[in-house]
Design a binder for this molecule. Sequence first.
Ligand SMILES: [Zn+2]
Length: 249
Amino acid sequence: MTRDPRPFRWLAPVLAGGLGLFGGPVSAQSAADLPAASTDAFLHVVAHEMGHAFLREFDIPILGPEEDIADDFATIYVYLTLPDRAEAIISARARQHMADGDRPGMFSEYRSDDQRAGRSICLLYGQDPERFDAMARRFGLDGDAAGNCRDFATEAGRSWRRIIDDYRMPAGARVTEAGVDLEETPIARALTESGALDEAYALLSGIDWHSRVTLTVKPCSGSSFWSRNGRRITICDTYLLRFADQLAD
Ligand SMILES: [Zn+2]
């Protein structure tokens, strides 16, 4: 596909001689130290928020807990779009969930973090059990549980392909409705320099959105969210800093 010539836009002008977010001169602001696994986990988060956008923008029937559906979309869509990177991305996000270890209450919209990790590992494993066998074993997925994954994940993958294929960007089509807005921070610089932002853009621009969808990474407290008003996926710097702590090499 043809890439928007300027898909990335720095929001904040660099103030010559000023002070950066972390106290250094802005003009010499360096990239934050983000382990590769943390930027990999970031890509699954981007895909998860794209899942919410996909459901809402295209009025896809939501026949189950939306957070689960968005997680499954993320896993399958990463596998379809960045197949050679899927194992690293999904493993990293699973490890990050396990590090969080939240156990929500009975009315939460989320499953426990262990279940979210297990579900994505299971789903990816089932797409190609031979290829992902070692990954599954690293996470302790074997025996009957692995058999269950081989059974249902094949069907889930096929179901998602049928849905997603109707909305994928045709090969060679010019991308006009996907963009990235960044505030100039050490996190944003690290995402750019590591190539993670290019991969995020590859994910975002793989869907034929009817109106512009924008990915923003900026200083904010919280994690990540999809906002229909403005069609924006926002990922907070603090979320990535947490990943960097949890997934240190
Ligand atoms: Zn969500």
